[in-house]
Ligand binder design. Structure first.
Ligand SMILES: Cc1ncc(C[n+]2csc(CCOP(=O)(O)OP(=O)(O)O)c2C)c(N)n1
Ligand SMILES: [Mg+2]
Length: 288
């Protein structure tokens, strides 16, 4: 990929991170760690020329489907959809407000661009696999992307869907896992160990890739590789740093479900926005 395009995408991911923090601070509640850590992955999906969608025609039949299973990271999905043109960026500041279209967990019929409602964990892969299966039955070319968290792999329903997709060789399904090693109150390997995720998926007959979830070029390459596989479903295990871009949040599970600035701590907000606007030496202006 040309360096200029890659730089543009990295800048876009950081603008999205800034918008996430601004919306969370305005809401006064919500999740910080997961949204920040998956920003590079969502940027690659929506702006890396790998997914078909049309913000002017959100119900376009030929569109690919993006299913967010771990609904609590929706501040990221909302910011990404706004940047992609589904609704105005100013609306991001209505996150979690009464009557807002941007609820604390996604409400499908409320907002264009959402394919499912989510929040209760562990459902998204079953929904995505069902969609992928029906597209194959109908001989349709639509691709299904699903974002899942690592914590969701502690739920039985996720493994039923992994079995199902392997059995029916759902090659039109690409799953991207946020392997950030944290969940609500601890590190996954302490709460309920998940390793080895690579071997587990392989044994269920999936095509498996493990990548750096902050390297946008690698993410796009991995998605393109998944789309070239025609015999089995694909999973991309994205190793991420929870809270990516805000040093005091990084790798600390305490930031799973709270925004900066609660209890009047304005310094947290200033520090987070400063770090994100200068992340990687790039300035992510609010107005770009
Ligand atoms: C079925 C279900 N059980 C429990 C919860 C409460 N819950 C919300 S987020 C979360 C942590 C799950 O881990 P992960 O998705 O890996 O969290 P993150 O990496 O974003 O911190 C839990 C237990 C839920 N939303 N749904
Ligand atoms: Mg996690």
């Amino acid at each position: 990929m040309p360096e200029k395009n890659l730089l543009e995408l990295e800048k876009k991911a950081n603008q999205i991170r800034v918008d996430i923090i601004r919306s969370l601070v305005e809401a006064g509640s919500g999740h910080s760690a997961g949204p920040l850590d998956m920003a590079d992955v969502f940027t690659a999906i929506y702006f890396g020329d790998v997914m078909k969608y049309d913000p002017k025609n959100p119900d376009w039949e030929e569109r690919d489907r993006f299913i967010l299973s771990n609904g609590h990271i929706c501040p990221l999905l909302y910011a990404t959809l706004a940047h992609a043109g589904f609704f105005p960026r100013e609306e991001l500041l209505s996150l979690r407000k009464l009557d807002s279209r941007l609820q604390g967990h996604p409400h499908r019929v409320a907002l264009p661009g959402l394919e499912t409602s989510s929040g209760p964990l562990g459902m998204g892969l079953s929904q995505a696999a069902g969609m992928a299966y029906s597209f194959l039955m109908d001989k349709k070319k639509n691709w299904v992307f699903a974002a899942l968290s690592d914590g969701e792999h502690q739920e039985g329903n996720t493994w039923e869907a992994i079995l199902f997709a392997g059995k029916y060789k759902l090659y039109n399904l690409t799953v991207l896992i946020d392997r950030n090693n944290i969940q609500i109150d601890g590190y996954t390997e302490n709460v309920m160990p998940l390793e080895s995720m690579v071997e587990k998926y392989e044994s269920f007959n999936w095509h498996v890739q493990e990548i750096d979830g902050h390297n946008i070029e690698s993410i796009i390459d991995a998605i393109n590789e998944s789309k070239a596989i025609s015999t089995k479903p694909s999973v991309i295990i994205c190793n991420t740093i929870p809270g990516k871009g805000v040093e005091y949040m990084e790798r600390d599970y305490e930031w799973h479900g709270k925004p900066p600035g609660t209890k009047g701590n304005v310094g947290e907000v200033v520090e987070a926005l400063y770090e994100l606007r200068t992340l990687g030496g790039q300035i992510a202006s609010e107005h770009e």
